[in-house]
Design a protein around this ligand. Structure first.
Ligand code: FAD
Ligand code: GLY
Length: 374
């Protein structure tokens, strides 16, 4: 196998797929290389929440990025539906963040205050108002923030749609192909070495999630990305209509249009191990039962785990690798890669086309001292 593309994207999760489809729509010849199945790692494991106000605990560039990326979703999924016929089931019912103890109430109040001060449209609900919206929630709930513009999506359908769109845009798609090295002339990248042969390109974009440090380590670049396992489960929703995503200190519940409720999730350090454990799954289920007691009678469907790509400072790492030509990284989206994918793709494509990095200045790799040992 020896072939040429303008750009090779390494890693076919939500980030690599989004970047590859966006690049291809600008007429760039792209190859996307995935060592397993497209979307088969963290991206398929996710709960699909698009929830910047729930996930980010303070104002700043990450929250701004989340809000802007969420705003892209409507158009993005409409375009995908038109191109592929797949409805990604974007639900815009909003999110309830609940407090069940006095301490949690303080935490909720603090969150409410800064989000209100920043001008976000949220509402504080009393116990009665919460139960009017969601009668199955625990009677212990004291207050909740209702955030009407946050959403969730069926991330499995989104991944399917992106693969079809990539095919339609003539992305050269390679599954079951592992990148095992980068080709270089001095500090210029000239392609990749895979377990099936070499490929030539002017530019390589590393979007390999929790594994990004392996590939960049091949050329002596030490990026601080590591896996954080998330164990998560699905139960049947037949006896239990929930209409909002519900998030509490003990976990979250995400009702899906296909009759499942996704309940999550642990954050545990287990290296690259992505099996589930009795402790992990039982913790997740107990957390969900504390928020919605009737879940105890719901049919248990499945449990699984995925590896979130975490970084040393909790922010994604986006942009050109310092001291290299033709080497870009887009990884480290940690708990929010589904949310952040459309804007990540836009920013990376803007950089590829114009060299512009101003929008992602808070996320550039150069904020770390990336030891380059050669
Ligand atoms: P991945 O999906 O892991 O993709 C990276 C790909 O690179 C993998 O498919 C891997 O096989 C491939 N790869 C690695 N090395 C190589 C190589 N050498 N050669 C070729 N291919 C390679 N985010 C949200 O926004 N909302 C949520 O509700 C949400 N819930 C989550 C719940 C759980 C339990 C977990 C685990 C994550 C959740 N996330 C959520 C986070 C989200 O899933 C991740 O941030 C996102 O999937 C990261 O996407 P990625 O493409 O960077 O990584
Ligand atoms: N964003 C939810 C999770 O990572 O579990």
């Amino acid at each position: 196998m020896k072939s040429y593309s303008d750009i090779i994207v390494v890693g076919g999760g939500i980030i690599g797929l989004s970047i590859a489809t966006e690049l291809a729509s600008s007429g760039i010849a792209v190859t996307l290389i995935e060592q397993g199945m497209f979307g088969g790692e963290a991206s398929v494991a996710a709960a699909g929440m698009l929830a910047p106000l729930k996930e980010f605990t303070k104002p700043g560039p990450l929250l701004d990025m989340g809000i802007r990326s969420l705003q892209l979703y409507d158009n993005w999924v409409s375009e995908l539906r038109e191109a592929t016929g797949i409805d990604c089931q974007l639900s815009t019912a909003g999110i309830l963040t609940v407090a069940m103890t006095e301490m949690e109430e303080d935490w909720l109040q603090e969150r409410y205050q800064w989000q209100k001060t920043e001008g976000y449209e949220i509402r504080l609900l009393s116990t009665r108002e919460v139960h009017e919206r969601e009668p199955h929630l625990s009677k212990k709930i004291r207050q909740a923030i209702y955030s009407p513009h946050e959403a969730d999506i069926n991330n499995c359908l989104l991944l399917e749609a992106l693969v079809i769109q990539a095919e339609k845009r003539n992305v050269h798609l390679l599954q079951n192909t592992a990148v095992i090295g980068l080709k270089q002339t001095g500090h210029k990248i000239t392609g990749v070495v895979t377990n099936k042969g070499e490929m030539v390109a002017n530019h390589v974009i590393v979007a390999s999630g929790a594994w990004a440090a392996d590939i960049l380590g091949q050329v002596g670049v030490d990026v601080p990305v590591y896996p954080v396992r998330g164990q998560i489960a699905a139960v049947g929703s037949s006896n239990l209509p929930l209409s909002h995503v519900v998030f509490g200190k003990n976990g979250y519940l995400v009702p899906k249009q296909d009759g499942r409720i996704i309940v999550g999730a642990t954050e545990d350090l287990a290296g690259f191990e992505r099996s589930t454990t009795v402790y992990g799954v039982s913790t997740v289920l107990k957390g969900a039962m504390s928020i919605v007691p009737a879940i105890s009678q719901a049919p248990f469907l499945q449990a699984w785990a995925g590896l979130r790509p975490a970084t040393a400072d909790g922010h994604p790492i986006l942009g050109p690798v310092p001291d290299w030509t033709g080497l870009t990284v887009a990884c480290g989206h940690y708990r929010n890669g589904i949310l952040l994918a459309p804007l990540t793709a836009k920013w990376i494509v803007e950089y590829v086309r114009s060299g512009e990095t101003k929008h992602m200045s808070a996320f550039l790799p150069e904020r770390f001292s990336l030891v380059s040992y050669d």
